[in-house]
Design a protein around this ligand. Structure first.
Ligand SMILES: NC(=O)CC[C@H](N)C(=O)O
Length: 307
């Protein structure tokens, strides 16, 4: 049944001619072939269903912000919210405007400024290498896969074109809102965004958010039930930036997108869905990925707003 749904969606996506636009402000991502599409669903009973290019590695980009938020919440608990807010911004992911009105405190952990503030919060005096080691080990733990690694070419490409993110970070620092060296924080941030994963790996990594903080197939206790619920609610409200309302309306699931064209969506109690197609819509979210999740929602009835 699930396999059939994924095969049907993949066949339908192959017919799409308008596939969106690959992110080119990170030159290394501009080389990715836009004709690719993959989808995987991991369920708490340990099954993984896949179709299309589900084993191809892609740059998870902002989906990594879910992982650093999880690390931040487990390390700092509710004091994390001294560093970052939890309201939707209604602005693009790299916008600077509200930062000035709100004294350098980013609206939420999923816009770039908020994710940079989370990196600052979890730095705790350490060098980027140490924090990155913690982040990648955490990803290995939740995905139950030690082969996952950074894509250093993508990270380098972002460092070479860092102006906007550097502006956000310096602006926050000018308000006293970042504690550590901006270059080091950005170095960590760009590497976390460069992590390369397949849909299968990403769907498995999302399983802890399906089952109240526990990855059921491995038994790994990742985070408390309350924190898991809260991460899901942040994904619902803020995971697609200024496209979050539309995504909630069309799909009805907590989700987090990245400019690499991936989306991780969580159907609590049912499954984690990872979808990837590199072409983006006008607000920087995967065009076919969003469409595929709409179709999946229709076929499965997996929306947190329906029964
Ligand atoms: N939306 C995204 O995926 C943005 C992440 C990207 N690394 C950036 O900072 O611009």
């Amino acid at each position: 049944m699930m396999q059939q749904i994924l095969d049907d969606i993949t066949a339908q996506m192959a017919l799409e001619t308008d596939r969106g636009k690959v992110a080119d402000y990170i030159p290394q991502l501009a080389h990715v072939n836009p004709n690719q599409f993959g989808i995987s669903v991991a369920t708490p009973d340990g099954q993984v269903y896949s179709a299309g290019d589900a084993n191809t590695l892609f740059s998870i980009q902002s989906i990594s912000k879910v992982f650093t938020l999880t690390i931040g919440l487990s390390k700092l608990g509710s004091t994390l919210w001294n560093h970052v807010g939890r309201e939707p911004s209604g602005d693009p992911f790299n916008s600077i405007t509200i930062l000035e009105y709100e004294s350098g405190r980013p609206r939420n952990p999923f816009i770039n400024a908020g994710a940079i503030a989370v990196v600052d919060a979890i730095t705790m005096g350490r060098e980027p290498e140490e924090i990155l080691d913690e982040i990648i080990q955490f990803v290995h733990f939740i995905a139950d896969d030690a082969s996952i690694c950074f894509d250093y070419k993508v990270a380098r490409s972002e460092i070479d074109h860092e102006d906007r993110n550097a502006a956000l970070a310096h602006f926050m620092k000018s308000f006293g809102h970042l504690q550590y060296d901006v270059d080091k924080i950005l170095n960590t941030y760009f590497h976390q965004c460069s992590i390369a994963m397949s849909c299968e790996q990403l769907a498995r990594a999302g399983l802890f958010l399906v089952s109240n903080g526990i990855n059921q197939p491995t038994g790994a206790k990742v985070i408390s039930p309350q924190q898991s619920k809260r991460i899901n609610s942040l994904m619902m409200m803020c995971g697609h930036y200024d496209g979050s309302g539309e995504f909630a309306y069309q799909v009805g699931l907590p989700g987090k997108s990245g400019v690499g064209g991936g989306i991780l969506a969580i159907a609590p109690g049912k499954g984690a869905i990872a979808v990837w197609s590199p072409g983006l819509n006008s607000v920087g979210n995967s065009k076919l990925g969003t469409k595929a999740l709409e179709l999946l929602g229709e076929r499965t009835g997996w929306s947190v707003f329906s029964k």
